[in-house]
Design a protein around this ligand. Structure first.
Ligand code: SAM
Length: 259
């Protein structure tokens, strides 16, 4: 097979460090019957060792040439290759108990993480390689400069664990940034829930739309509807100081007000 020229527009940085591959596969701990979906299999650095443990794997790859290579290398009854943009894929088609993995192209990581929230009820766990800064934002605590809309929206839905960093030299070509592996486990039915998930998302988005502004400024006319003292949140705080619980309280206070 001819060598594949890495395509920048698809965020192609291929893992070449076998020690890192091994550490990722051990962290995922694949079991034969797992319903696993890999996003962006590329040249199959993870795909092949994952398949050593699995009966079957489904892989979503946007690059036509790479999808063709994968179909050549693996039999269709072991590896189902879906040639598609993962952002356009309806993950509900794969059933329940999904394990989603991938060394994600950095340009789609945030939109993909947000899109996957909608099918979190179908997911058992997710393991991703991401830019380290993104993982730091995912696990950030209120009060830190990394705490953002991504932190709140993902921590609302998942238990999130940063596992380990991966240096640029582990890839070919090396990316400009350090990467990290993250594990995401959807929270169960007993989790803290807002009355209305959409309203919760709207409140969080508005609060962080001007993160340097005080809540009373950024939430405008909503401010008078919020029982600040009861929630233990001050209208003079900024979004980055409010916990997930605080945002749920604010959203629930606005529930039924016609917003
Ligand atoms: N998994 C391989 C590895 O670890 O070496 C490749 C990782 S590379 C960082 C990202 C992969 O995702 C590439 O194969 C790229 O073609 C693919 N990709 C990029 N954008 C995609 C998208 N929107 N949907 C699905 N795959 C995508």
């Amino acid at each position: 097979m001819t060598a594949h020229q890495a395509r920048k527009r698809f965020g192609q940085n291929f893992l070449v460090d076998l020690g890192v591959v091994d550490a990722i596969v051990r962290a995922i701990a694949p079991q034969p019957k797992d319903l696993m979906i890999e996003i962006g299999p590329g040249l199959s650095a993870l795909t092949a060792p994952l398949l050593d443990h699995l009966e079957k794997l489904t892989a979503i790859e946007i690059d036509r040439d790479l999808a063709a290579r994968l179909r050549q290398r693996f039999s269709a009854d072991r590896l189902a290759v879906i040639e598609a943009d993962a952002l356009q894929v309806d993950f509900t088609q794969f059933g329940q108990g999904l394990r989603i993995v991938g060394n994600l192209p950095y340009n789609i990581s945030s939109p993909l993480l947000f899109a996957l929230v909608d099918c979190a009820d179908l997911v058992c766990d997710q393991h991703f390689m991401l830019q380290r800064e993104v993982v730091d934002r995912m696990v950030a605590e209120p009060g830190s400069s990394e705490y953002s809309r991504l932190s709140v929206m993902l921590q609302y839905r998942y238990q999130i664990y940063k596992l380990f960093d991966v240096a640029p030299e582990a890839f070919d070509p090396p990316p400009r940034v350090t990467s990290a592996i993250v594990r995401m486990i959807p929270k169960g039915a007993e989790r803290l829930r807002a009355q209305d998930d959409k309203l919760f998302a709207t409140v969080v988005q508005r609060a962080f739309s001007q993160r340097r502004k005080m809540l009373r400024g950024v939430l405008g006319e909503w401010t008078t509807l919020i029982p600040w003292e009861k929630l233990g949140v001050l209208p003079t705080w900024r979004a980055e100081q409010v916990s997930v619980t605080g945002f749920v309280g604010i959203a629930d206070a606005l529930y039924g007000s016609g917003i």
